[in-house]
Ligand binder design. Structure first.
Ligand code: ADP
Ligand code: MG
Length: 234
């Protein structure tokens, strides 16, 4: 599904260059649930953004579902992004003046899907994340956990092959975090490939494999006995 080889990324600011990713190799198979762990500044978001085609590497290869991702123009990149990748961010990134349903409908608008169809799919995914009755509410009427569920529904509505989440529980309290991880585990159990960036070990242990980044290098890559979040959820 995902294979990266010898990936490097630097940022140049004026005269100084910051070497953030220093030769990353790893792969993700279909159906996996992988945590990318590491302390702040270790390069987790940089790596996830490259995997999500929001940024490009300076060196190395990235193979996504059999396709080498390189030198794509923005139109082509957008097509691949829509088809393969769904994104969830720590800060939800919902549009504040749109309802939950409209937020979830939005990715389908860019795919030129008819309004009725968009509504139907969005409602289905809102129900999928347990928010059917909240469809007409705006983000400011929702709790943090509910907002992140809307963001997950929005990421899933275009039926991507991989869901990428950058600190999805970073803005949530522990109980709400575990409820969200329970949802993500159920999505993975249903077959979706998940990559989750976190700096919290309890969250990482709820995945099936942990890739540990330190200063732009993978220092550990190990399978774990997945802790089921459902045991913490009422
Ligand atoms: P993490 O997500 O693990 O906290 P990041 O990937 O966000 O780490 O950042 C890794 C390093 O790269 C940090 O030192 C950060 O300041 C730097 N960095 C990230 N994005 C940029 C950018 N667009 N321009 C310059 N430096 C950046
Ligand atoms: Mg980050």
């Amino acid at each position: 599904m995902i294979e990266i080889k010898d990936l490097h990324k630097s940022y140049t600011m004026g005269k100084s260059t910051l070497h953030v990713l220093k030769g990353i190799n790893f792969s993700v198979a279909e159906g996996e649930m992988v945590a990318i762990m590491g302390s702040s500044g270790s390069g987790k978001s940089t790596l996830l953004n490259i995997l999500g085609m929001l940024d490009v590497a300076n060196e190395g290869t990235y193979n996504l579902d059999g396709k080498i991702i390189k030198d794509l123009d923005e139109t082509k990149a957008a097509v691949y992004r829509n088809k393969f990748l769904g994104f969830v961010f720590q800060s939800f990134n919902l549009i504040s003046y749109k309802t939950a349903l409209e937020n979830v409908m939005l990715p389908l608008y860019y795919q030129k899907i008819a309004r009725k169809e968009r509504q139907k799919s969005a409602q289905k995914y809102l129900e999928h994340v347990g928010l059917g009755p909240w469809a007409t509410h705006q983000p400011n009427e929702l709790s943090g956990g509910q907002k992140q569920r809307v963001a997950i529904a929005r990421a899933l509505v275009s039926e991507p092959k991989v869901l990428l989440a950058d600190e999805p529980t970073g803005a949530l309290d522990t109980k709400t975090s575990y409820e969200l991880m329970d949802l993500l585990q159920k999505i993975n159990d249903a077959g979706k490939t998940l990559l989750i960036v976190t700096h919290e070990l309890d969250i990482a242990n709820m995945c099936k494999r942990i890739v540990h980044l330190r200063d732009g290098i993978i220092v550990e890559n190990k399978k774990v006995d997945q802790v089921k979040a459902s045991q913490y959820v009422e």
